[in-house]
Design a protein around this ligand. Structure first.
Ligand code: GLN
Length: 545
């Protein structure tokens, strides 16, 4: 058990979207490869208690952990890079901090005192930061502070960091990520925004220890020296974070910059093993030098913001690498598909994935897409709402229940093949009340899913309120849609498959959350494998004609 955990705070300056999550995950990866146990925490400065109630257009996908936390999508990066699970404690929002403090106040915990941002809110932030370290499971905790330094919302977090830096026996450093823009007209890399953002941190009493500079072009030594001089940073602690071909290059790039060594020096920790990243680089190699290429249609209604489907897109890359295949994702708006144009819009695809989602918008397009995938023998993976739509499509077009629907979209449908789960019926509040997190599933031998997982007992993560209506199960099975994965505790249908189709699988759970670089998800691997096989077969057939 590690004796005392050390902390690395990651802050961001100049603009948002610089990729703090990727830098944090890459650093963690290098430290992990040196033999340290590391975890990453994200502090989000918004007032929602969790991102579960946010529309994906706001901050992208909502990631779900095994223990049922609805979290920021950065936790997905942490898991994909580190190959270890995160939990409730890894994501904290301002809403959660305030909720806790206000509940305490109501309980009388501060009787007589004025409850204030300092010290009460900052104390609660500090308590949350220390929670992961206090488990004794980690040598190093990396805490990423969302938002940009200088934002009103971030102030209490930066203040908490300032206090912690001065706390005896609390060992921490601050890594600040900023931008060095390139001005094409003068052909120069500019350091002023970085200087200003460090100044903003200094105004809050925090001197960063390391600067990582996002840049499109290689930084000259001159630029690095200038930044070091103006920002009170040791020259070797000014790290170049250059744009990468893929996010999975960043650990190697950070290693070249010796970020891990600089961090360990500053934390007075030994270097331990040299990070080889052998398995990681094998995957990276396959991503960069694929033998095949296929197009997968990702059909959803939030495609204008690709981050809405972050884990799915990454899972496709992992599974592609496993099959030495480049997966070209075609982002297709579900509202743009109907029965009349489905063939024309979808026939060039080698596989079709229908995405999770909520509500009525785009639902008929998803159903038309699935009809096309089923009838044209195109490999199909339906996730959560995508699986539910596959059930509705089959009920309408094969079972002959032309009005079949989910009660989510049509409460009084005469054929409610998808309906509200029993446990959900008395729930009125929206926040954190879905069926969330990991649940077991028993996979039937001989099924496509079994072929992928190669085991009977699996656990997968969930985020839904509606489920397959078991009243119809026999009818479905009689005409070719089989329930091949069942929750052993409550009989909930977790996986459906269509017979006499090369690869047609719908899952009530979210396999994408468990796919990592080193462990691509078996269902995604199977889906890509089938898509490559079907493509190769049809090329053969057309060449022989
Ligand atoms: N809206 C559906 C439900 O709540 C599906 C949810 C999802 O796709 N995550 O059951």
């Amino acid at each position: 058990m590690p004796s005392s955990t050390k902390y690395i705070f990651v802050t961001g300056g100049v603009t948002s979207s610089l990729g703090k999550g990727i830098i944090a995950a890459s650093l963690a990866k290098l430290l992990q490869a040196r033999g340290y146990s590391v975890t990453i925490q994200k502090l989000d400065p918004y007032i929602n208690v969790d991102p579960g109630t946010l529309n994906p257009y706001e901050h992208g996908e909502c990631f779900v952990t095994d223990d049922g936390a609805e979290t920021d999508l950065d936790l997905g990066h942490y898991e994909r890079f580190l190959n270890v699970s995160t939990s409730q404690a890894n994501n904290v929002t301002t809403g959660r901090i305030y909720q806790h403090v206000i509940n305490q106040e109501r309980e009388g915990a501060y009787l007589g005192k004025t409850v204030q941002v300092i010290p009460h809110i900052t104390d609660e932030i500090k308590r949350r930061i220390k929670l992961l370290g206090n488990t004794g499971n980690y040598d190093i905790v990396i805490t990423e502070i969302g938002g940009t330094v200088g934002d009103i919302e971030s102030l209490p977090y930066v203040e908490a960091v300032r206090q912690l830096k001065w706390e005896p026996n609390f060992d921490c450093i601050v890594l600040h990520l900023t931008l060095v823009p390139y001005l094409a007209t003068s052909g120069e890399l500019k350091t002023k925004p970085t200087q200003h953002s460090v100044k903003a941190l200094l105004e809050s009493g925090v001197q960063p220890d390391i600067l990582a500079l996002r840049t499109e072009y290689k930084l000259t030594e001159g630029v690095k020296e200038k930044v070091a001089l103006f920002c009170n940073i040791e020259p070797k602690a000014v790290i170049q974070a250059i744009d990468a071909e893929t996010i999975y290059d960043v650990p190697n790039l950070m290693r070249e910059e010796e970020l891990d060594k600089v961090v360990l020096d500053k934390l007075s920790l030994p270097y331990k093993d040299e990070p080889t990243l052998t398995a990681w680089n094998e995957v990276l190699n396959k991503i960069k030098k694929p033998k095949h290429k296929i197009s997968i249609g990702l059909v959803g209604k939030y495609i204008e913001l690709k981050d809405s489907y972050k884990s799915i897109a990454e899972a496709l890359i992992h599974a592609g690498a496993n099959n030495e295949t480049e997966v070209d994702i075609k982002w297709i708006h579900s509202e743009s598909i109907n029965d009349d144009n489905a063939k024309e819009q979808l026939s060039s695809l080698d596989g079709i994935l229908v995405a999770p989602g909520f509500g009525e918008r785009g639902i008929e397009g998803k159903i038309s897409t699935i009809k096309y995938a089923r009838e044209s023998n195109t490999p199909f993976l339906g996730i959560c709402l995508g699986m539910q739509c596959a059930v509705i499509e089959f009920a309408r077009n094969v079972l002959g229940h032309s009005n079949a629907h989910s009660t989510e979209m049509e409460e009084n449908t005469s054929a409610p093949v998808i309906y509200l789960m029993e446990e959900q019926r008395s729930i009125t509040e929206k926040g954190g009340t879905m069926r969330l997190g990991a649940y077991p599933c028993k996979v039937s031998q001989g099924s496509i899913a079994y072929e992928a997982y190669k085991e009977n007992n699996i656990t997968e993560r969930h985020r839904h309120r509606y489920e397959f209506n078991n009243k119809y199960k026999e009818d479905f099975e009689n005409v070719g849609m089989k329930a091949t994965g069942i929750n052993p505790d409550n009989n909930l249908v977790e996986i459906v498959e269509v017979k006499h189709h090369p690869w047609f699988v719908g899952v009530q759970f979210h396999p994408e959350y468990k796919s990592t670089v080193i462990n691509p998800h078996p269902l995604f691997v199977g889906f890509i494998e089938a898509s490559v096989a079907v493509k190769n077969e049809s090329t053969l057939t057309s060449n022989n004609q």
